[in-house]
Design a protein around this ligand. Structure first.
Ligand code: NAP
Length: 242
């Protein structure tokens, strides 16, 4: 079903983005690996090892114009844009009392505006095609909030708002839009947490372990191939939020 399709994954140089890119490559899709500063060489090698085509495009997703170029480049290279996984994200955690305007804006610009930028430009191509699947990476924090993450929670809740609105707007043309809300996943983003914080998070996870990037990637492949699921938020969190 995904064989020969074009999949754009933002922030795909490492972590969940890399796992998503490789998972779609295993399904036979050609992959556009978007990256910002981390060199995407490992992702490109892993994607190409699956025998599909890979194009790496550098772009900061917080730029409206660069996202337009990213989508256009993918379309020019592969002829269509079938799946977009809006994965790029950052954290700038601190309590509200200490959170600067810059901390807030940076997280909103990448995590929320970046999602809007990609949905906006990719949906233009998908509307013409009358097909497509968009998957936005939210977070359980967007569902329940978290002390020290007001900026991140706001952005990830906003991603859910964009997802549901886009699902309603795009459904008449056969385009689906869903969100994934990962819980506590083993990547560089969570590697910075102290053992004490990790322990307290693990205590609240019924499956009693962190998730892997591959487990999130499998959910993305599932949503992209489901066809009749749209406007949903799929938690991949070991039961953290029920
Ligand atoms: P990660 O290992 O830190 O990787 C994030 C990737 O996004 C990096 O490759 C980064 O590139 C890229 N990126 C950041 N800002 C960007 C921008 N403006 N434009 C383009 N790319 C950008 O994080 P991760 O854990 O894989 O997280 C991936 C997504 O899942 C994020 O949206 C995150 O919020 C979400 N998530 C993660 C967890 C978790 O527990 N790990 C839980 C819930 C949700 P650079 O290396 O160049 O900065």
């Amino acid at each position: 079903m995904l064989k020969g399709k074009t999949v754009i994954v933002t922030g795909a140089a490492k972590g969940i983005g890399r796992a998503v890119a490789v998972a779609f490559a295993k399904e036979g899709a050609n992959i556009v690996v978007n990256y910002r500063s981390t060199p995407p060489d490992d992702t490109i090698a892993a994607v190409e090892a699956e025998g599909v085509k890979c194009l790496a495009v550098q772009a900061d997703v917080s730029s409206f114009d660069l996202c337009e170029k990213l989508v256009e480049t993918a379309k020019d290279e592969f002829g269509s844009v079938d799946v977009v996984v809006n994965n790029a994200g950052i954290t700038k955690d601190t309590l509200l009392m200490r959170m600067s305007e810059e901390d807030f804006d940076a997280v909103i610009n990448t995590n929320l505006k970046g999602c809007f930028n990609m949905v906006k430009h990719a949906s233009k191509v998908m509307l013409k095609q009358k097909s497509g699947a968009i998957i936005n990476m939210s977070s359980v924090i967007g569902l329940v909030g978290n002390a020290g993450q007001a900026n991140y929670a706001a952005a990830k809740a906003g991603v859910i708002g964009i997802t549901k609105s886009a699902a309603k707007e795009l459904a008449p043309r056969g385009i689906t839009c869903n969100a994934i809300a990962p819980g506590f996943i083993e990547t560089d983003m969570t590697a910075v947490l102290s053992d004490k914080v990790k322990e307290s998070i693990l205590a609240g996870i019924p499956l009693k372990r962190m998730g892997s990037a591959d487990e999130v990637a499998r959910a993305a492949v599932f949503l992209a191939s489901s066809g009749y699921i749209t406007g949903q938020v799929l938690t991949v969190d070991g039961g953290m939020v029920m």
